[in-house]
Design a protein around this ligand. Structure first.
Ligand SMILES: NC(=O)C1=CN([C@@H]2O[C@H](COP(=O)(O)OP(=O)(O)OC[C@H]3O[C@@H](n4cnc5c(N)ncnc54)[C@H](OP(=O)(O)O)[C@@H]3O)[C@@H](O)[C@H]2O)C=CC1
Ligand SMILES: O=C(O)C1=N[C@H](C(=O)O)C[C@H](O)C1
Length: 251
């Protein structure tokens, strides 16, 4: 018999959360047992016997939501941004006290975006220069995007492992921050533009050539197969998984 997952969605009135509610309702192996739109409603997770929390809220709320889920033995699939190294470290520590619980922190659920990050990390050691441009709708509250931060970090790690020198840059003055954010030596630029949903370009440059790796999400439906995969896999992956690639066989 197919397992029926009891799923709750936090941030259910938001752009992503409302799409996730529809996706869960349409999944034949999932039952939507709760929708959560504020911290006061977290208790619904326990009252309804939710097995998996999907968190698509705001950076200021996600850590508290995930902590509540973990402390109550509920797995969490998290798309919300704001998970810096410090928060990830605290979550890993919490999970050691709840070793049966799985948490997926997925900077991006779209397969194309995951592959773009993977390809960029692979390519990064072969090019002298690399920079990341993320482009989003103007309602986005955080910058740079979680995807860009994750991508830049993977690129930085790959370059460090291969012993590649920093990207050349002769800039002496940058009063307005025009050169972008610096993530472990990788520059990240954020564009906010009406009409966009979520796009990212990784520019790789070398003497006489350029490689551009680009991904566009035109619709939030692009994220939903990844969200549902996360729900189906999270219990089988106790502890913290950072990136949906942790559930995919990309090697
Ligand atoms: N991983 C991925 O693939 C993707 C991740 N994202 C990320 O997901 C997050 C949500 O994005 P988006 O849907 O566009 O944002 P929205 O602002 O549209 O939605 C966020 C929702 O969360 C609600 N909320 C705030 N606090 C709480 C809380 N404590 N408990 C439950 N709900 C709460 C907000 O309610 P209210 O307005 O009443 O405060 C709002 O309805 C962002 O961090 C975004 O970057 C987005 C797209 C893809
Ligand atoms: O806020 C968004 O819209 C998105 N947020 C995520 C991020 O910050 O990377 C994922 C995607 O880029 C859309």
């Amino acid at each position: 018999m197919t397992k029926m997952w009891k799923v709750a969605v936090a941030g259910s009135n938001g752009r992503m959360g409302s799409e996730a509610v529809k996706a869960v309702e349409n999944a034949t192996d999932m039952e939507l047992v709760a929708t959560i739109s504020s911290a006061a409603e977290l208790k619904k997770l326990v009252e309804t016997g939710a097995e998996v929390l999907i968190d698509l809220t705001v950076p200021a709320a996600t850590e508290q939501n995930v902590r509540f889920a973990v402390e109550n033995g509920i797995h969490a699939v998290v798309g919300t941004t704001g998970w810096d190294e410090h928060k990830l470290h605290n979550l890993r520590t919490l999970l050691t006290q709840h070793p049966e619980v799985g948490v997926l922190i997925a900077p991006n659920f779209a397969i194309g975006a995951i592959l773009a990050t993977e390809f960029a990390a692979k390519a990064a050691q072969y090019f002298e220069s690399v920079e990341v441009i993320e482009m989003h709708h103007p309602q986005k509250v955080d910058a740079p995007s979680g995807t860009a931060a994750h991508t830049a970090q993977k690129i930085a790690d790959a370059r460090a492992a291969a012993g590649v020198a920093p990207s050349p840059d002769a800039t002496e003055t940058d009063e307005g921050g025009s050169r972008g954010a610096d993530i472990d030596g990788v520059k990240v630029h954020a564009v906010r533009l009406r009409g966009l949903t979520a796009s990212q370009e990784i520019l790789l440059g070398d003497e006489g050539q350029q490689l551009v790796i680009r991904h566009d999400s035109f619709d939030r439906k692009s994220f939903m197969p990844g969200v549902l995969l996360g729900v189906r896999e999270v219990a089988a992956h106790p502890g913290l998984t950072h990136g949906l690639d942790g559930y995919l066989n990309l090697r």
